[in-house]
Design a protein around this ligand. Sequence first.
Ligand code: EPZ
Length: 417
Amino acid sequence: MEKLVIEGGRRLEGAIRVSGSKNAALPILFATILCAGETTLGNVPALRDISTTLRLLGTLGCESVKDGDRVRVRPGRLAPEAPYELVRTMRASALCLGPLLARIGRARVALPGGCAIGARPVDQHLKALAGMGASFELDAGYINASCDCLRGARIAFDMPTVGGTENLLMAASLAKGETVLENAAREPEVVDLANFLVSCGARIEGQGESVIHIQGVDELHGANYEVMPDRIEAGTFLVAAAITQGDLEIENCPYAELEAVCVKLREMGMEISPLADGRVRARCQSRLECVDVKTQPFPGFPTDMQAQIMALFTLSEGSAVIEESIFENRFMHVQELARMGADIRVSGRTAIVKGREGLTGAPVMASDLRASASLVLAGMAASGVTEVLRIYHLDRGYESIERKLNAVGANIRRAPE
Ligand code: EPZ
């Protein structure tokens, strides 16, 4: 396993570029299972989860070629099984359920386990697909799914689930008749998937709203499509500028999709200015003020930015109350930040952070993707050296983060643990 060794206390300054969105590229890659022809995707990030997905597509009968950030997927004779050894490393594999049922009427997908941040059930996916005519049985940790054909239905989710909305968008695109999704997730990555499906000939209206209408069609063709930039990577860079009191020009920045994050950072005293051609300038020249944050489904403050802004609060003036309303266990970074001197108290889904003058570098352990990012941010601002262990978590969602951060003044090197 590898670690990142971070020498703290260095101000970040310069231009840094955002890669394609992991959480848009993953469902869009699974959606290529629906297409009768070849698809070419651009702006696909080089991440572990992407290579895992391409391997899984291969086992399902969709051959792919990745050349830089371009991926070409050519669907072949589809096979129904998503094996446990792939699914256990990436929960998003459950997104092959909808496409396989829509194309071949059967799927055998390992039930994705939980992860560090929560149980991560897929009951909403299964209930909704059952409403379209699919039946399921659980057999030795696998979901055996089958249907004669998927029929359009009116589906109301118990909560706005991103993955559930994505699975149903894909299933409904080839179903017989109209499907209406109520209490649908409004995340930009869901919109990107819907727009990709429309470019393949799907008939979808209302993406980005809480009610989405899908008219099933007989076939979807392939498409050429550019994946949206990663708003969580961009948000992480905004916090990197803030926590090092730096001055970054963020390129390919999805500014419109980061409103809730920018509102909070500006309330804290940060300067964030949109520039021409997708660039955003993020500057911080003094100690920021803590504010309160509650994570919400989009367009609220994203849960995937909670760990990162917590790292910023540990060094800001005053105290902050963070309420994590989406996942039941998304404070795994707290104990690690405390090892660096942070003053954080947790009670259930609420964390109270009291800002300190400084943090001290220490060896810390990554537990999940965004917790790892918060430890890197804290390490860059702390005095002395921080070692972040188990950074395979980080590599799942950030494309060569140390190369990008070192190019704007950080001192981070990768080393064996
Ligand atoms: C997606 O996960 C993202 N992953 C997560 O990003 C993100 O944190 C999450 O959406 C929320 O925005 C990908 O897109 C690959 P959900 P997903 O279904 O789809 C409950 C990252 O760091 N729920 O919207 O799994 C669930 O337990 C990752 O990039 C059910 O109860 O999230 C959670 O409390 C982490 N039953 C809430 O809904 C279900 O059937 C939201 O989950 C489905 C979900």
